[in-house]
Design a protein around this ligand. Structure first.
Ligand code: HEC
Length: 124
């Protein structure tokens, strides 16, 4: 009788181990399928579209109705870059500047610094 009990415990033990292994496997497969795949824009680009394009335009030119009202700069204009220091961008995005709203409470520092680099790709 004792032997049978041990046998049952042994079988149950094996069952639990195998079960947890397959569950882990399933979790990993799931994580893999939901990870960003081709066709999904990189997070910074998506963030720029979501928070910034209404004034700055998807092309960075500031040529949108909001951009014209707020007088957003043209990031594609070399003359603008000649007069502005990209080292100031993190500060400008965090605290705001003139008509530019502050994003320090809405975005993380990492998001702000990646956006500050992101706008530099509009420069021609
Ligand atoms: C409500 C309109 C508006 C929105 C939304 C907006 N901006 Fe601006 N942004 C402006 C305006 C206007 C300026 C020019 C400010 C000035 O006159 O110095 C500006 C300037 C800037 C500058 C240049 C700052 C400098 O040092 O001269 C950067 C960089 C910038 N914006 C990035 C962003 C990013 C990134 C976002 C999204 C998180 C964003 N902006 C959202 C209106 C906006």
């Amino acid at each position: 009788m004792k032997l049978l009990l041990k046998l049952i415990l042994f079988v149950v033990g094996i069952f639990l181990v195998v079960n947890s292994l397959t569950l882990n496997q399933a979790a990993r497969d799931h994580a893999f399928t939901v990870s960003p795949s081709a066709g999904v824009p990189p997070p910074t680009e998506a963030l720029f579209k979501q928070k910034c394009t209404k004034c700055h335009g998807a092309d960075g030119s500031g040529d949108t109705s909001m951009g014209r009202i707020f007088n957003a700069p043209d990031f594609t204009d070399g003359n603008w870059w000649a007069k502005h220091n990209s080292g100031e961008f993190v500060n400008a995005i965090t605290r705001g500047r003139k008509n530019m709203p502050a994003f320090g409470k809405k975005l993380t520092k990492a998001q702000i610094s990646s956006l500050a680099s992101y706008v530099q790709h509009f420069k021609h």
